[in-house]
Design a protein around this ligand. Structure first.
Ligand SMILES: Nc1ncnc2c1ncn2[C@@H]1O[C@H](COP(=O)(O)OP(=O)(O)OP(=O)(O)O)[C@@H](O)[C@H]1O
Ligand SMILES: [Mg+2]
Length: 148
């Protein structure tokens, strides 16, 4: 099942992320796909805030993985863009079990490491409105959420 949101500002993107945060629990994995600058990190920052992460979440582009302490879970933020040219198996799958909530930008690049049960989000620009952009935010809902 896919839910599509038409977003008209950065604030709306952030609101959806914060609402989603309230539904998550470890070991949920969220994958974010969308072109460069589509809003993946913006979404992740708001999600982390919604999860009660107090440290500032920055783009992990140069480190691939950043980990943050939540109240009783870890928050993993991965940006695997730089793995596009690599066919090394770095064992990312081990991150996705246990007491962690994980977000993966450019997730298709580590497809084999991802759990089959995950929440897939697609961000796509649809236009420009003042200084912000509009986008379509497609959320492919995990079976577990449909039951909630
Ligand atoms: N509707 C919107 N939703 C999200 N971000 C928006 C929106 N409108 C404008 N922005 C701005 O667009 C930029 C999106 O950048 P962001 O780093 O989140 O993209 P990204 O998808 O993570 O890029 P990358 O592929 O480089 O990791 C931010 O500067 C944000 O302030
Ligand atoms: Mg990013």
């Amino acid at each position: 099942m896919t839910i599509e949101f038409d977003v008209h500002s950065q604030e709306e993107t952030e609101q959806i992320a914060k609402k989603l945060a309230g539904l998550l629990s470890p070991p949920d994995v969220i994958t974010l796909e969308g072109d460069l600058g589509a809003g993946k990190t913006t979404f992740t920052k708001a999600l982390a805030k919604g999860l009660g992460i107090t440290r500032t979440v920055n783009s992990p582009t140069f480190t691939i993985l950043k980990q943050y302490e939540g109240e009783d879970f870890l928050f993993n933020h991965l940006d695997v863009y730089r793995l596009a040219d690599s066919d090394e198996d770095l064992g990312w799958d081990e991150l996705f079990y246990g007491d962690a909530i994980s977000v993966v930008e450019w997730a298709h690049l580590i497809e084999d490491d991802l759990p089959s049960e995950r929440l897939e989000i697609q961000l796509q620009h649809t236009g420009i409105l003042q200084e912000s952009f509009c986008s379509s935010l497609k959320v492919d809902v995990m079976k577990r959420f449909v039951r909630r």
